[in-house]
Design a protein around this ligand. Sequence first.
Ligand SMILES: [Zn+2]
Ligand SMILES: [Zn+2]
Length: 242
Amino acid sequence: MRFLDEVHPLTKTNKLSSGYINRAMEILKQQHPEIGGLYCCTMGGSLTFPQANGPQWMQIVHDGSDHWVLVAKGFSQPNYVLVYDSMAGSNWRSKHILSCMSSLLKTPKKEMTYVIKTCQWQGNGFDCGVFVIAFATSLANGQDPALLLYDPHELRNHLDNCITSGELSPFPSTLCRVKRTRKELVVSESVFCHCRRTAYMLPSREWKMIECEQFMEWFHTMCIDNFPVNENDPWLCKVCKS
Ligand SMILES: [Zn+2]
Ligand SMILES: [Zn+2]
């Protein structure tokens, strides 16, 4: 029998499985229990991350296709969710990751504002998981990953030693002396419903949205308990009804 969450050994070029990513986050959580988030990453697949606790939190999130990204809050720029993506281009907008970020953040505001950090880019198609663990370890140890230049040839060796010993220490890096030409982007995304998620939804009935005609706010079928029999009927949310 194979477990979905198996921790596959690291090779020179394999992509990291969710089992491996979870093991790394588990170690970080043990070493830094004060940091919120660090949930089992497979919850991202069903967009069901709970709200992250505490002034500082981080989470490694899968983009729903083939890529790992780190999202974090409270480490710098406290008003924003920080996105560390080793492949982030200037038009970064992963709907799946944005939805995961919104459920982790659960802001009472109408928008979630985030910053695409200008961190180091991976030089190949398979190192996103390795970079994302390096970024998370730096953040947890009080370093800003956006200011660091990691040694790509040392990352896998270092990671392998860390996972084997059960202790994650900062990855070999130097301070990035040249200012990266890409600019940090600050972007806002609307959020809705009691769950405060983005408008992105999974293709199933529970995710269908209905608008409160007084509030002009949208709610998921799964997040309300008075869904109208006829969905074209005018509908009021709990707050407006009482
Ligand atoms: Zn909802
Ligand atoms: Zn309402």
